[in-house]
Design a protein around this ligand. Structure first.
Ligand SMILES: Nc1ncnc2c1ncn2[C@@H]1O[C@H](COP(=O)(O)OP(=O)(O)OP(=O)(O)O)[C@@H](O)[C@H]1O
Ligand SMILES: Nc1ncnc2c1ncn2[C@@H]1O[C@H](COP(=O)(O)OP(=O)(O)OP(=O)(O)O)[C@@H](O)[C@H]1O
Ligand SMILES: [Mg+2]
Ligand SMILES: [Mg+2]
Lengths: 151, 171, 171, 151
């Protein structure tokens, strides 16, 4: 129903805006219906303004900026339909050090209610994990797991 | 509820029985390219009932069974078991699958013949029972809980209608 | 021929005149997210004659002109100049554009009015002259020389027909 | 013409195979026509075998393995239609340290005839550059370039 869509849209948009500001350390963003009068079919555009920059369509942002916006959106949907855990596979790959720090700080905040499982190559991300598992393939094609760190 | 641990045996590159404790606040999985990290994510997705071979990066569902290397023969069955803990409200778990010490195990097995088996607390059950159990624990909507490799790069590039579909799905 | 240097002024986030020497064997461009690295790649693509706004990550071609920040006003023109060196065989450069000391400069300018200008060795020319010059230097086929951000992630996921198109284009 | 397509296909395939083996330190790969009899229209599939693993469709490989195969293909096309320079924007993002080393070693080999311009966040990649430029945005939205290293 269009009511249910609008409620979902507004709730996710709220989460999205809050997470964006946390991940960018400022700025603003928004999901917008291309046609406000057509709740049944209207597509969605996303505009974003990193701190100090101009508000523009998200497709004009840099690779790392887009990744952060995408993360804010996907986690915004997750917060709307939460699970006991959240698994993120290499979402930090396009991020620079400063953005990885904001990402891990967000995990600390959300981690109170959610177990995070992170697949990563990034050393700063590894530092915030309580458990660290190394997957190896000493023998080609055969995976083994070694626990590297316990707290 | 919390995820407690994962056991993988014969699933993709895990031809040897493998145990991972997952009950921390943040668990990191690391290692070189191609060593099996995303296969762990696929194992979690699979034991939670994923039926799409595309999502599991497989041609056919049979492709998730360890298919051998130059030194090892293929295996005949893949099995993944997820253990959940602190199962305070036992309401959604039917009496036929009693849980001890607040722990619940969910297992999925696939044979090369194509035959599938599902288990709750080590008792054989139907896929339907697994789904009903998950609905009660909030694990039913794990499609938003698993952000797979590469998804971040493409989610925004999607057309206005694809983005709408994202929101509609969650509604 | 070798690429020698690049001058950027008013193009995307480069509102101040910027010079980059590029004549090394390997040049690395580094910096935080969103600081302008890929904009440098876009500038090279643009001065070599790129006409697709999608490839340049712009809505309309006018979007490549510095469009202002909260503190600075937008500029009215974007200009990029590429200098090439060791121009041994002057055969493909018409007499109207004499080159001194084996160096050739190619410039492209865009005004907010939508008007474009092209220059070879600081003399006004047509886009056609720029393309003809490039054909001679092997810079005409730079579509294979610029691997933009994100391309690696999607090139294989393409369908069998898309991959065919890749090969056909090069044929 | 179908002859021209077949010649191009074979030449690029040859480059692709050689570059794959350099980037993977072994193994093999191949582009294959889905329908050998239909040179006019046939689509292309790609199969690959990293060292010690099984030959399989490239879509079943890991993220980093796929990136390496894609790089081998795109550079294979570049070698067929060479330019004086080659610009690579963050192609090393999904690669682990061992693969970044193989990537930089390949650049060393190809760099004799080609100027490479690399955009990267990776420290090992930065180490093989003769020139290093840092792009900064001290003032929001305004890019400045600082040359960091000359050899
Ligand atoms: N059924 C199977 N049997 C054996 N090996 C398999 C099977 N399915 C997949 N693999 C292998 O698993 C490997 C992929 O593992 P995975 O995707 O988990 O890597 P990864 O650690 O995530 O790497 P990256 O860092 O590159 O993303 C591939 O080399 C693939 O050949
Ligand atoms: N015409 C313009 N005027 C002013 N700023 C612009 C213009 N076009 C793009 N930008 C800005 O340039 C920035 C993008 O820069 P770029 O893509 O080069 O970043 P990057 O250094 O490659 O980052 P990443 O590491 O995330 O890929 C964006 O913030 C965008 O707003
Ligand atoms: Mg992976
Ligand atoms: Mg970039």
């Amino acid at each position: 129903s269009t009511e249910q869509f609008k409620e979902t849209f507004d709730a996710i948009n709220q989460n999205f805006k809050e997470l964006f500001t946390l991940l960018f350390g400022g700025g603003q963003c928004e999901m917008r219906l291309l046609d406000e009068t057509d709740l049944l079919e209207s597509g969605i555009e996303i505009i974003a303004q990193p701190p100090g920059k101009r508000l523009q369509n998200v497709m004009l942002l840099s690779g790392g900026e887009k990744a952060l916006v995408a993360l804010a959106l996907l986690l915004g949907i997750f917060k709307f339909r939460p699970s006991p855990f959240c698994l993120l596979d290499e979402v930090d790959a396009p991020l620079d050090d400063a953005n990885v720090s904001r990402f891990t700080r967000l995990l600390g905040v959300m981690g109170k209610n959610t177990q995070f499982i992170l697949i990563t190559h990034n050393k700063k991300t590894m530092e915030v994990a309580q458990y660290l598992y190394g997957v190896t393939m000493q023998e080609a094609g055969v995976s083994k797991i070694v626990s590297v760190k316990f707290e | 509820h919390r995820i407690d641990r994962l056991e993988i045996y014969g699933f993709k590159s895990f031809c040897e029985k493998t145990d991972i404790v997952l009950n921390g606040e943040v668990t990191a999985i690391v290692g070189p390219n191609g060593c099996g990290k995303s296969n762990v994510a696929d194992a979690i997705n699979w034991v939670l009932g994923e039926q799409s071979t595309k999502t599991l990066r497989a041609g056919r569902m049979e492709d998730v069974i360890f298919n051998g290397t130059q030194k090892r023969k293929a295996l005949g069955v893949a099995e993944v078991t997820l253990t959940l803990r602190e199962f305070a409200n036992g309401a959604s778990l039917p009496a036929d699958f009693p849980s001890e010490n607040g722990e619940v195990t969910v297992s999925r097995r696939l044979y090369r013949s194509g035959e599938s088996e599902y288990f709750l607390n080590q008792r054989r059950c139907r896929l339907k029972d697994v789904y009903e159990f998950f609905e009660g624990t909030g694990l039913g909507s794990t499609s938003y809980a698993l952000i797979e490799q590469g998804r971040i790069e493409v989610i925004l590039g999607s057309k206005p209608q694809d983005r709408r579909a994202l929101i509609e799905e969650a509604a």
